[in-house]
Design a protein around this ligand. Sequence first.
Ligand code: FRU
Length: 430
Amino acid sequence: MTLAPRPQIHFTPMRNWMNDPNGLIFYKGLYHLFFQYNPEGDQWGNMSWGHATSKDLSRWEEQPVAIEYTPTHAVFSGSMVVDYFNTTGFGSVENPAMVAIFTEHQHDEARQVQSLAYSLDDGQRWKRYESNPILDLEMKNFRDPKVTWNRVNECWIMSVVKPHEETVCFYESDNLKEWRLLSEFSAQGSAAGIWECPDLFPLSVDGDSANKKWVLFISVNPGGVTGGSGTFYFIGDWNGKEFIPDSVEMRWLDYGRDNYAGVTFNEAPDDRKIYLGWMNNWEYADKIPANPYRGAMTVPRELTLVTRGSEIHLLQKPVKELVTTSVLDYTFVIKPTSGKSGSRFSRSDGSSVVVGYDADTKMIYLDRTEMWFDFSTARIESAPYDWQGAEFEVRVIIDSSSIETFVSGGQVCVTDLLAPGEIPSVITAF
Ligand code: FRU
């Protein structure tokens, strides 16, 4: 069997199954990416935390598996902090512990609880906390803790979900071991799926650090905007106890089919907010080819909030340090008048993927029909974009098995997997 080409600039593990990014953090000059990983096979199972590091968010080096499953428990999604003030007592102020906060999932599916593991050698060796779990509601489904140091509360804050109740719970703690419930958040009329992988974080508006808004990400599956898995978010405020959305209207982070369970790095330098998503969809994640890895991450994207007109928008842009010379990184301009216009990207076998704008319906669309497998799912995605000006820019990044589309500086994003193959070399405008 010939192996399909591996993505050039997207993180993939050397082999085996990968899903959600976990424990994203910057520490001592390195970005750490932990991820849901099956060390023994190319299907979901034996969930453990794989590990990779990068100096520049562009080249990743895979590290040994960090936190392994046990005979009774899998290690589900979670997050990572550096305990600089030694609030846990695991390390010291001179040598702070990296602390992973993750969901322990009982293999018999009876219980999910939150637990800790820590490393005193910058993420190489991991030890489980002997008094785990640190948060147990005696629930079958309770998972995906995202913990950060909160400068409003001056303590640790955890966002964690009760997936089937479509609820995010916020907790606070002084030592990562004892947690107090602050509030619960749920949204009327949300998508018809379970909630996973929440992330709550502040962002400056228009680069003004005195004017912050809070963003809450929630991944939902199924019920994503284009079917299957998707991520939506709210912009609002955090009063130290509750998240108060500006509007109850759900906004979609990505209008493609393949961006799920994404979260942001803790402690990125210069107050940057950098995001990574799992470039996949639970609807077919176990059926895409294994080469011999299965699963890839999106490119790292920097998030900002900008005011355009009367609204605040969340923009996502590939990070500036991303080196894209080995892929197709192409920007074109759309001048909407009437009908469809855009670009077609073709491989030498004649198959193509199309990104365009329909000025009549005011929709961005991405058609991957000719570069997809027949999994009997929709192959054209569209995103509403009511552009009033004369022209706007579209940037696409096409790797060997994906296309990421960033409209108007990342105000609208569409991320889709493609059937693996050559990176398109012919671009035709229409
Ligand atoms: C999201 C998810 C999480 C869970 C993990 C298990 O894709 O279902 O809720 O922790 O994957 O691998």
